[in-house]
Ligand binder design. Structure first.
Ligand code: NAD
Ligand code: DAU
Length: 339
């Protein structure tokens, strides 16, 4: 079995590659990643010497390069993680989100059509459903919830999902889609809420909370997401969408306070800053379908997962300190200084 994993030098793709090489030691994993600011070869360092692993520096929008890898590797499956993934950056500069997230997806699927494939899996997001009100805790996103996007990021991911379903219906491509809630865990790029708060708190820097910190996200430990994708590509039905989430809703401010407590820092570090434009209020996934059909359920409780994650950032300072001392500094200034 050969699987092409795109975006494997990023957060979830990297965790997925580690997980798959351990779980299926006889599988060949070929990673395609063009190493944007979010791609990091340090994340893949532990598997670079594995004879069943190959890294190819390829942009998924580069048709000729993608086709070349397909000809060489003859993959059985593709799991497409590669994307521009940060909502705030999509508000700053939408164009690259359309390029990678939509056009890149179509190039990957064209390659699958041309060379044949057992399964093309699209890693999507709960953000395609828009948001839920804060005062209706009884409401959840199901696979039937209409697409209703808020940011250029979520609009690009929803467009890609529509394209994936169109390739299934029109060309019979054997596809599946997973729509997951917020992930956290090792190798999470420090622009995102949890690693940003850990890194800033460790450096006694202000902790920028958007608005009042009342927005709710449904957090899932990244390994549980990897397990869900592994189940879907092997046992999930073709042409189907599966929601993946942990029934673990938390307000941003509570997450920030928890991190402060775990690190023994002061809540005086919290700084309320201008809200994100178009900020989604609440995400909450109903994972009944994947539970009933594939027996998936989250295994890591948030109380344990967040401790493990904080410990990882303490034990792997080099990994994130290298990032925040580079071009990230300019991003941080642009995003936060005048906020
Ligand atoms: P990330 O930003 O950490 O990593 C993205 C990776 O894709 C990077 O390695 C980057 O170099 C690569 N990449 C970007 N553009 C590329 C291109 N044109 N060609 C090749 N490689 C390219 O992202 P992540 O948080 O790991 O998210 C991975 C996927 O999961 C994305 O599709 C995202 O929409 C989805 N997702 C993320 C979350 C989350 O909480 N992070 C939740 C649900 C779904
Ligand atoms: O729900 C899945 C999505 O989760 C994925 O599709 C995205 O790729 C991923 O980035 C994530 O999106 P969010 O926008 O929810 O994640 P982020 O970490 O950027 O923000 C989480 C919440 O924290 C959100 O309500 C905004 C808030 N926030 C974020 C940052 C970076 C702050 O209050 N302060 C911050 O500095």
């Amino acid at each position: 079995m050969t699987i092409i994993v795109t975006g494997g030098a990023g957060f979830i793709g990297g965790n997925f590659i580690h997980y798959m090489l351990k779980k299926h030691p006889d599988y060949r994993i070929v990673c395609l990643d063009c190493l944007t600011y979010a791609g990091n070869m340090d994340t893949l360092a532990p598997v670079m010497d594995n004879p069943n692993f190959r890294f190819c520096k390829v942009d998924i929008t580069d048709r000729a390069e993608v086709y070349k890898v397909f000809m060489e590797e003859k993959p059985d499956m593709v799991v497409n993680f590669a994307a521009e993934s940060h909502v705030d950056r999509s508000i700053e500069e939408p164009a690259v989100f359309l390029q990678t997230n939509i056009l890149g997806t179509s190039v990957m699927m064209d390659a699958c059509r041309r060379y044949g494939i057992k399964r093309y899996h699209q890693v999507s997001t709960d953000e395609v459903y828009g948001d839920l009100p804060l005062d209706r805790p009884d409401l959840f996103f199901t696979e039937e919830t209409p697409i209703h996007t808020s940011s250029p990021y979520s609009a690009s991911k929803a467009s890609a999902d529509l394209l994936v379903l169109a390739y299934h219906r029109t060309f019979g491509l054997p596809v599946s889609i997973s729509r997951c809630s917020n992930n956290y865990g090792p190798y999470h790029f420090p622009e995102k809420l949890i690693p940003l708060m850990i890194a800033n708190a460790l450096n006694d820097k202000p902790l920028p909370v958007y608005g009042k910190g009342e927005n709710v996200r449904d957090w899932l430990y990244v390994e549980d997401h990897c397990k869900a994708i592994d189940l879907i590509i092997h046992n999930g039905r073709e042409g189907e969408v599966y929601n993946v989430g942990g029934h673990n809703e938390m307000k941003n401010i509570d997450i920030v306070k928890l991190i402060i407590k775990e690190l023994g820092k002061s809540e005086d570090l919290i700084q309320f800053v201008a809200d994100r434009r178009g900020h989604d209020l609440r995400y909450a996934i109903d994972p009944t379908k994947i539970h009933n059909e594939l027996g998936w359920e989250p295994e890591t409780k948030f109380a344990d997962g967040i401790k493990k994650t904080i410990k990882w950032y303490l034990d792997n300072r080099e990994w994130w300190e290298k990032i925040i001392s580079g071009e990230y500094k300019d991003y941080y200034k642009r995003m936060y200084n005048a906020r």
